[in-house]
Ligand binder design. Structure first.
Ligand SMILES: Nc1ncnc2c1ncn2[C@@H]1O[C@H](COP(=O)(O)OP(=O)(O)OP(=O)(O)O)[C@@H](O)[C@H]1O
Ligand SMILES: [Mg+2]
Length: 306
């Protein structure tokens, strides 16, 4: 067994629709799809099972010939012209429709998306598309309107059951239940992150959750520090010290601080400016290389406003 196979996310990757955590409506729909189902666009948070679902659809539900492309690596016009169009033009082994999975499609350039728009129509008689994406706003409207769109969100209680199943199969003891529940809530719905972290926490044979800092508590501290004009570099030091404990979940930290500002009694004008600023930095968090630097820049911006 190689290293990759030893990763729990890999070892326990769902292979059938039954293994996958899905909402009841989505499960009902995906179990019934057939060749005549229109193109699909699966969107939602990172680590919720979009890529896994796309592969289950082709391998387990439709059992059809397919082409998989990671569209954020191969994101240009050339891929559409060379790979997508030529695969669409070939005959399938059987007489069934073929499927092209364009994974992480929001990384595709707008120009390539415009070309794909026509390809989707031209080859609709022989080829179906399954697109996955984290950010719908990066997909041009004509593509969205050619697809049935599904928000892929696992259910929290089923995620907990799944984690406990993995831990049991690996003979890992669960120590503090409260820590476990808090950890799940803090990281939901990113199942990849949850399962990866659980594996890290389990090396002793018992789950010891070190990432148990409640992000909300940290957000409250940061908010109070900003109000009391604590030196900004000291605030950064606290964040860095706690980084491991809150699992570098900066998205959640942004959201918690946003809520605190919204509920606070600071003047409406300042509140508005601060919330717009936070919204901008939260958006950037999706694209930046260094999330901590982005968060720190946000603190600098907020300290000027508040
Ligand atoms: N809904 C789910 N049910 C069960 N396991 C899941 C689910 N979602 C994710 N996982 C676990 O996380 C791993 C990664 O999931 P996957 O790559 O399909 O997520 P994704 O939504 O495509 O993420 P990204 O947006 O980052 O591309 C899976 O192999 C599986 O172990
Ligand atoms: Mg994916």
């Amino acid at each position: 067994m190689n290293f990759y196979d030893q990763l729990w996310v890999q070892k326990y990757a769902p292979k059938t629709l039954d293994d996958l955590i899905l909402s009841d409506e989505n499960r009902e729909f995906f179990s019934k799809i057939n060749e005549d189902t229109p193109h699909l666009l699966l969107y939602g948070n990172a680590g919720t099972g979009k890529t896994t679902l796309a592969k289950i659809i082709v391998n387990d539900v439709l059992k059809c010939q397919y082409l998989y492309i990671n569209a954020s690596d191969e994101n240009g016009v050339d891929t559409i012209r060379n790979k997508v169009i030529s695969f669409s033009q070939t005959r399938s082994f059987d007489s069934k429709k073929k499927v092209i999975i364009l994974d992480e499609f929001c990384g595709t350039t707008p120009e390539a998306q415009r070309i794909l728009r026509n390809v989707m129509e031209e080859y609709a008689g022989t080829t179906r598309f399954i697109l996955t994406a984290n950010y719908l706003n990066r997909i041009i409207e004509p593509i969205q309107s050619r697809c049935l769109m599904f928000n892929i969100v696992p259910k929290l209680d089923q995620c907990a059951v799944r984690c406990l199943h993995i831990l049991k199969s690996e003979n890992i003891k669960v120590g503090n239940n409260m820590d476990f529940v808090l950890f799940l809530k803090n990281n939901f719905p990113d199942m990849r992150r949850i399962i990866n972290d659980l594996q890290k926490f389990s090396i002793t044979g018992e789950v010891v959750i070190t990432q148990n800092t409640n992000v909300k508590d940290l957000a409250v501290n940061i908010f109070n520090d900003l109000i009391s004009k604590k030196p900004i570099f000291e605030i950064r030091k606290t964040v860095l010290e706690q980084e491991r404990k809150f699992g570098s979940n900066y998205q959640e930290l942004f959201k918690q601080i946003f809520d605190l500002i919204y509920e606070s009694s600071i003047s409406d004008d300042i509140k508005r400016q601060a919330m717009i600023e936070l919204g901008e930095f939260l958006y950037r968090d999706n694209i930046v290389l260094d999330h901590e630097i982005n968060f720190f820049c946000c603190l600098l911006a907020l300290s000027k406003i508040i």
